[in-house]
Ligand binder design. Sequence first.
Ligand SMILES: NC(=O)c1ccc[n+]([C@@H]2O[C@H](COP(=O)([O-])OP(=O)(O)OC[C@H]3O[C@@H](n4cnc5c(N)ncnc54)[C@H](O)[C@@H]3O)[C@@H](O)[C@H]2O)c1
Length: 377
Amino acid sequence: MKTIRFGIIGGGLMGREMASALGRWFALDPFPVRAELVAVCDLQQSAREWFRRVPTVRLITENHHELLAHPDVDAVYVAVPHHLHEGLYLDVLRAGKDLLAEKPFGIDGKAARAIRDEAARLNRFVRCSSEFPFTPGAQRVLREIAGGGMGHILEIVAGFHHSSDLDPDKPVNWKRQVKTCGPTGVMADLGMHVVHIPLRLGWQPRRVYAQLQKIYSERPDGRGGMAPCDTWDNATLHTDVEIDGREVPMRLETKRLAPSETNTWFIEVLGTDGGVRYSTKEPKTLWTFAREKGKDQMWQRADLGHNMAFPTVTGGIFEAGFPDFLLQMIAAFVAERAGELGDRLGCITPDEAVMSHHIFEAALQSHSSKSAVAPSW
Ligand SMILES: NC(=O)c1ccc[n+]([C@@H]2O[C@H](COP(=O)([O-])OP(=O)(O)OC[C@H]3O[C@@H](n4cnc5c(N)ncnc54)[C@H](O)[C@@H]3O)[C@@H](O)[C@H]2O)c1
């Protein structure tokens, strides 16, 4: 069995999640490729120290060039603030490594295009992170749509909500400032998860009308003062997509100020004959709608269990959680790189990542002009 050896650049929140997923790779059963974490880079000593607990790691460094020069590293997962994506991603590609990038794949559309074009020029395998479409519920949503029993699709709603910014005393961090998060703010932060399924189904917005909100303009800086907090907090995008020759409304929501929500990813697709609804708020519940002539119209609720695209040792009736979705997403990256994805969902492609920037940049224009804007494709 082949082994893919990963390096991680950026050992913060997501770097540790990646290490945790790779640490239980054997839970994928069967799976055609072995994966292990061999090298880690972070600027902070405390972040580097954490990785000493991972037995397969043989290089821990503060210099990403040292990690990239290591011959044992085949692919690199990079999880750093957005203003650093372009420089580090290009360094990974030019060092001859494949890349599992974090969203938003560059701080803006220009950076995303530069990364995509360099990956194509160097023929590297590159995908971008977005794990929620790998939940059992999202996978079932895809299957329901592919089944074609929905009749004419009437509307689509997809979103990602959390509420951790409702507290004005929460200190500022890089995700709350344009210079490090990017001009699209919450869309850069949460939007890739929301557009993954629509873009994969070919539902590219023709027009975008956006409502963007900023509530707290400054936050504690953690040193006794205040710092500007200038990113968009909430974004609601009303868009039109074309499905089977008809214009269909699709609403995309990304919110950091969504009362009571923690990390709620959801999608709903309604058609004339059927519909489907899934939210991580009820992680094992799938709602499907079916209309039968002469009978009551009904939503039905099904318990999902642990039905994953890539089978694992976990019992089929057990509930899935965030670490499971992440493991599935990394499995999709590794399987696709090895030519073993089959008909399963793959991770976001560089082209899709660039498209996401075009949608969110159209949203910025729409909000400032108070009119609908066509994204440039
Ligand atoms: N897929 C998801 O669900 C998800 C969730 C959260 C964040 N993210 C994305 O992951 C990325 C990182 O977010 P995070 O929450 O892990 O951030 P974080 O702030 O927790 O961690 C970032 C780490 O990068 C390190 N770093 C910065 N510059 C570096 C450099 N030049 N070389 C090496 N290390 C460097 C920092 O020291 C820090 O430890 C972002 O792109 C973010 O959008 C994805």
